[in-house]
Ligand binder design. Structure first.
Ligand SMILES: [Zn+2]
Length: 87
């Protein structure tokens, strides 16, 4: 009687806690702004992307910053009201 002993695969259960470390610093708006503008150094860009990949909070902030950047990049087609009534 042969007993075939199979090696049991041990599932290493890694519990990833998203809010575990409070020492981890979040990305600054300034950094996100430069990132949105594509004005960040390559090294910082990589670090930023790495942080963003695991941080919903900074992703949300990035979206807001990106919206502002997109608005700023749009050409101003209409003169503001104060300019027209000036005189
Ligand atoms: Zn963050």
């Amino acid at each position: 009687m042969d007993l075939c002993v199979h090696a049991t695969l041990q599932n290493g259960e890694m519990m990833l806690t998203s809010n575990g470390s409070s020492t981890k610093t979040h990305l600054r708006r300034e950094t996100l702004g430069l990132y949105a503008l594509g004005d960040l150094a390559v090294r910082e860009t990589l670090a930023t992307e790495q942080h963003l990949s695991g941080c919903a909070r900074c992703k949300k902030n990035l979206r807001q910053v990106e919206a502002v950047v997109a608005a700023l990049r749009q050409p101003v087609l209409e003169s503001p009201a104060w300019a027209a009534s000036r005189g």
